[in-house]
Design a binder for this molecule. Structure first.
Ligand code: RUB
Length: 313
């Protein structure tokens, strides 16, 4: 019964792992809230034991999905404290979580306002997967009265594009659904590609849903802009230390029925959930603190995620 006080946190971790809660921003928010709620239940009175329990819970959350750097960033921003008493530490963590959740909500709005300036009347926007950050820009532009339409990819194998088209439909935005392999064919009709991010590295590369780099290649070939919309907490401090972003490989069952696969012993399935788009394919990264060229990733990490520099090693 070691985990009885942890049940709620374990439930959230499971929802993130199975993608009931998904999208880099939502994962980060859910993890921060889960840690906050868990901290309220920790019974120990010794600060060492308290910190140990917080670290244990933090690790469970972080290990659910490997790619979205928003997850360890949110957990780190939530759990850090300087207190020597349990009650103070608890208070600090609660404040951290509430601040993070409030700022995440505000960031979405702010990115919408900043990004919408890059969208013009008559624009056709292509988007990939389901990014709340990208959708914030698109819906803000539409609500400003801009006459826009969207081409949304299906995003195999999990088909998050179906969530995107529902959200766009609910806003009344004219939308066309395409399969992922139609991206290059349809690019001629597009003005701007807008995608979200799971991680942005120190060299300004974008890690996002697999297929994003194909959109970027096709956009580059057709000389169309690609905007990435990402909160500052999606930048990866660890990449300064030389770390690579781990690209999540998911189950073959997401791609093909396991019985069918079992009948073909010479076939294996590769199912990477994300891919990497180099900085030179990205025109601008829209964050809540401004629109930056990807080459400014270092400045953003340094100014907004400075905590990582104090715990190097
Ligand atoms: C979702 C995905 C999204 C980013 C950004 O992948 O790649 O583009 O996470 O999303 P998955 P948001 O469905 O595998 O989680 O802007 O909502 O944070």
């Amino acid at each position: 019964f070691k985990y009885i006080d942890m049940q709620q946190l374990l439930d959230t971790a499971e929802k993130i792992r199975t993608m009931e809660i998904r999208g880099a921003g939502r994962i980060a928010e859910a993890a921060s809230a889960a840690l906050r709620d868990y901290v309220l239940r920790i019974k120990v009175t010794n600060i060492k034991d308290f910190n140990k329990k917080v670290d244990e819970a933090a690790n469970i959350l972080i290990q659910t999905r490997p790619t979205a750097v928003s997850l360890p960033n949110a957990v780190q921003l939530t759990k850090r404290h300087t207190a020597t008493e349990v009650s103070e530490a608890r208070e600090e963590i609660l404040r951290n979580a509430d601040r993070f959740l409030e700022q995440a909500g505000q960031a979405l709005e702010k990115m919408g306002e900043i990004g919408a300036k890059r969208i013009h009347d008559g624009d056709v926007i292509m988007t990939h997967c389901n990014s709340h950050a990208a959708l914030s820009v698109i819906t803000t532009a539409f609500e400003q009265g801009k006459d826009i339409s969207v081409i949304a990819t299906e995003s195999r194998p999990r088909r998050q594009g179906l969530i995107t088209i529902k959200e766009l439909n609910d806003h009344g935005i004219p939308t066309t659904l395409i399969v992922d392999s139609a991206v290059r064919y349809c690019m001629k009709d597009v003005d701007t590609v807008i995608v979200g991010a799971d991680a942005i590295t120190i060299n300004g590369a974008l890690v996002n849903k697999v297929g994003t780099s194909q959109l970027a290649l096709a956009a580059n070939e057709a000389r169309k802009n690609l905007l990435c919309v990402a909160e500052t907490f999606k930048f990866s401090p660890k990449t300064i230390q030389g770390d690579m972003i781990d690209i999540e490989e998911r189950s073959p069952e997401e791609v093909i029925d396991s019985d069918i696969l079992a009948g073909m012993p010479n076939v294996k399935v590769k199912n990477p959930a994300f891919d990497i788009t180099p900085a030179e394919y990205i025109d601008m990264i829209i964050t809540e603190v401004g629109a930056f060229p990807p080459q400014m990733a270092y400045t953003i990490i340094k100014e907004h995620l400075g905590w990582e520099f104090t715990k190097m090693g």
